[in-house]
Structures are given as C-alpha cells and as structure tokens.
Design a protein around this ligand. Structure first.
Ligand SMILES: [Fe+2]
Length: 254
C-alpha cells in the first residue's frame, strides 16, 4: 500500500486491483439490467443498441445506479484501503455516481482538456474512476502527469487568448491514455489535466467515477461543490463523533 501511495504522490494518479469485486459485480448487474445486455459483452454495446437511443440508455442507467441501496458503500469498498490511507477516516463522498459510456466514433460526450479544479472542484479531493470494460488507447481517459500539469497551469493565462485547443495541441505528446482492466481502479488528483477523445477503437468503454475528500479539507470556492450540496458525509472517526456530539455552555457553538 505504501508503494501505491508513493506512486500517487509522484504521478498524481495510480492504478490498483479493485479491492471488492463483489461490489463491482453489483454495479455491473445494475448496468446490465439498464442496458439490456450481459455484463461480459459491455464492450460490444454499440452493436446491440440503437445509437440514437444512447442518451436515453445513459440516463436510465445513471438513475438506476444512483438508486441502488448502499451505493456509497458499494462504491467506496472498491478502493477502501487506499482511500483510508490517502484521506484518513473522515471522508465525504460526491452524492452522485457519474456514468460514462464511450461507444466507437460517438462524439456526443467528449470532454476536452481540463482540470476539475478549473471547473470548481476542490484540489483536496480525489476522483475514483472504475471501469466496467477494459479501457485502452482512444476509448480510455487520458491524464497528463503531475509535473506537466503543473507547468500547464502556470502557463494557463498565456493561453487565455490562444485557447485551450492550442494548449491541448502543444501538450498532445504528454497525454497518457490509461490502460486499465475492468478488475482495476484508477484514482487521480483533480489537479491533473485530463479529458477524452473520439473513441477510434472497436470497443465501447463504460466507466463510473465519483469523488471523495476529507470532511475537514478546505471547501471548494464554488458553493455548489461543497459538503451538503455536492458531497455528503460518508464516514467519521470515533474522535470526530465525540467532538460533534460535544456541548458545553462556553463553546457549544463548535
Ligand atoms: Fe474531469
């Protein structure tokens, strides 16, 4: 585990084996029901559904996932030990699981180069990205490693006139398309530049992502990305429970 944390520290992301494949299976079953295909054929989804109904399927699957009882626990358990080590026991979770379905040559849900922090997320969170198909080459997400992402952020004002497309072109060679199997988990910092491109492979990629952060980490400057709006409390330490229940006549406002 220490090695993984070191890797995360060095690169701003890491990949490890899914810690709870039973939980993964519960999500896969939900997707399988909503998408009306077997979970071992997710990569062939584009052969089995009408492309014009893709968004309908996305919405239906998204709603079903977010209605699952214990969805937070199911999601968290797949990266439990890593997240406990990274964040400590006081953890909040994004209140929705996000679903991504990238079928070959579909340009309806492309994400241009960005960092989540630029769009208002907290730099203190992590994104836990879990695939349900193998992801590779252009059907995957790409990340730009932390040293280059930092450089890009320092230059971002210079690109305000040139545009993000110019930045994307200039840093094209640093895009690392994540190679990951469906029994693994990717965790990355929202400070990394990332995105996706047109899927030119012959396989559909399906993944879910969700964010976690320490309850006491500084909140995002954006009120819509804070605890109570975007996040909910997931786990508290015994000490936090005692502190939160504490009342006295002097400093009870705590
Ligand atoms: Fe993002």
């Amino acid at each position: 585990m220490e090695e993984l944390i070191e890797e995360f520290k060095k690169n701003g992301f890491c990949i490890f084996n899914n810690e709870d494949l039973d939980s993964h299976k519960i999500l896969a079953n939900s997707l399988s029901t909503s998408l009306e295909i077997k979970d071992n054929t997710f990569s062939d989804l584009h052969h089995k559904i009408d492309k014009s109904k893709l968004n309908e399927f996305r919405l239906k699957s998204f709603s079903a996932l977010n209605r699952l009882p214990n969805k937070n626990k199911i999601y968290f358990n797949q990266a439990r030990n890593f997240l406990m080590m990274l964040l400590g026991p006081d953890i909040s979770i994004q209140n929705k699981l996000n679903l991504s379905i990238q079928i070959p040559l579909d340009d309806s849900s492309l994400l241009p180069l960005h960092t989540d922090t630029i769009v208002g997320e907290s730099a203190f969170e992590v994104v836990v990205w879990i695939p349900f198909t193998n992801a590779f080459e252009s059907n995957s997400i790409y990340l730009i490693p932390i040293d280059k992402s930092k450089k890009m952020m320092s230059e971002i004002q210079d690109y305000s006139n040139l545009g993000m497309q110019k930045m994307e072109d200039d840093y094209e060679i640093y895009k690392k398309f994540i190679e990951i199997n469906s029994n693994q988990v990717l965790v990355f910092s929202p400070t990394l530049f990332h995105g996706n491109v047109l899927n030119r492979t012959s396989a559909t990629r399906i993944s879910i992502n969700c964010r976690f952060k320490n309850i006491f980490a500084p909140e995002s400057p954006n009120p819509e990305r804070r605890l109570g709006t975007f996040y909910e409390v997931f786990n508290t330490s015994p000490l936090t429970d005692i502190a939160l229940s504490y009342e006295d006549p002097y400093i009870s406002s705590l």
